[in-house]
Design a protein around this ligand. Structure first.
Ligand code: SF4
Ligand code: SF4
Length: 388
């Protein structure tokens, strides 16, 4: 039976003085990260740096002051995805003249390595001591760089990687916020097992064929990054699959369901990250005494990580990306960020802050280059008609 829902808990705003004090470390860290020891002298780059610094720190300030997480996280997360796509494509066009990846570039190892490739490279690397991807081992967008980032972020945030690091996730997050109410409301729970099947399938196929199966056949994000030059019927079929998956899982279904369907129902890296949630210290917990079973959190969760069973158990599923949307949505403040092994009674916002420092810093680090680059390119586009 549903409990009385009249006792709505108001979130208490933090005082201005306390908020500023709590924001100072983030201001210092983002300043150091953005300047990297030198302040640019040309006007456009200086403007981009100041704008990015203010943007990051205003969002962090609002998170700390209001007690809301997802509302402000999503602004930076969506900005990251848009800036990444804009910056990535315009760089490719400047360097190669198109988004197409030629055979010659692959032979040279010139394909940027992304985190979605990671699950399928591990077994072949252990068996053959080679990485089955045409990318560089060291340097910008390199295999080693991405592995280090992935291990670090997984240790710090677990599956929080999917809402605080992934530079693709913001696209579907953005599309999932277009409508006020979902048109498709009920999705069979069985679909949430699909990412694990995709993970198993691509790991086995990649180990058997010694080639990155997901990249070759299934990655929706090829549509907005780079794709192999279409020189055969096989490549044409692959391209049709990428574009269809992008339109279906990243654009149309997120709009209709208000969920992140590629993350929650398809992504193999997401499935792998759910495993890392088991060892990560941060989690979302539920105070069953406060919960009035209004189900607002179930409707809000973009990755299908809360259901009635979760409410009964007092904890969300391991697929939780720690986005904070359910925490923001709960009218009773029954949901909260928590550090495993500590008291459940202790004060809620302390744990949220402990999580916010590493999580926001990760999001700021990964966003910084793309946001600044996109600002400079936009200024160039407006003033000269070209992004270069
Ligand atoms: S935890 Fe979920 S079901 Fe319970 S009160 Fe909060 S939003 Fe409603
Ligand atoms: S359970 Fe809450 S924090 Fe986790 S993914 Fe769902 S909405 Fe985000």
């Amino acid at each position: 039976m549903k409990k009385d829902t009249t006792a709505v808990f108001a979130i208490k705003k933090r005082s201005l003085f306390k908020t500023v004090l709590l924001c100072l470390p983030m201001m210092f860290l983002t300043f150091m990260m953005l300047t990297q020891g030198s302040i640019p002298t040309d006007g456009e780059r200086l403007f981009a740096l100041i704008a990015t610094f203010l943007f990051f720190n205003i969002l962090f300030f609002l998170m700390v002051r209001t007690g809301k997480t997802d509302r402000f996280r999503s602004i930076l997360f969506i900005t990251l995805a848009v800036c990444f796509v804009f910056s990535f494509i315009s760089n490719l066009i400047a360097v190669r003249g198109s988004m197409a990846l030629s055979r010659a570039t692959m032979i040279e190892g010139g394909a940027p390595f992304c985190h979605l490739v990671i699950p399928m490279t591990i077994i072949p690397a252990a068996l053959t001591k080679t990485i089955i991807f045409p990318g560089k081992i060291l340097g910008r967008y390199s295999i080693a760089g991405m592995f280090v980032l992935w291990i670090g972020v997984s240790l710090a945030l677990g599956r929080g990687l999917c809402s605080w690091f992934c530079f693709f996730g913001g696209l579907e997050d953005g599309f999932s916020r277009i409508l006020k109410k979902p048109i498709i409301k009920n999705i069979n729970k069985k679909w949430t097992y699909l990412p694990y099947a995709v993970l198993l399938g691509i790991v086995l196929m990649s180990a058997l064929t010694l080639s990155p199966t997901y990249c070759k056949w299934l990655c929706p994000f090829k549509t907005v990054t780079e794709y192999v030059e279409i020189t055969s019927v096989k490549v044409l079929i692959q391209t049709i699959i990428f574009v269809s998956l992008f339109i279906g899982l990243v654009v149309v279904l997120p709009i209709l369901t208000k969920r992140r369907t590629q993350c929650g129902l398809f992504c193999p890296l997401g499935a792998l990250q759910s495993v890392t949630n088991k060892t990560n210290v941060f989690e979302i917990r539920l105070d069953q005494d406060k919960c009035v079973q209004c189900n607002k959190c179930i409707k809000a969760c973009p990755t299908f990580s809360i259901d009635e069973e979760s409410l009964g158990r007092g904890r969300v599923k391991t697929s939780c990306t720690k986005c904070g949307k359910c925490v923001d949505a709960c009218p009773q403040q029954a949901l909260f960020y928590h550090v495993k092994g500590t008291s459940l009674v202790s004060k809620l916002d302390r744990y949220r802050l402990l999580f916010l420092y590493p999580a926001f810093l990760v999001l700021a680090i990964i966003s910084s280059r793309f946001v600044q680059d996109a600002i400079v390119k936009t200024i160039n586009l407006i003033t000269t008609g070209t992004t270069i």
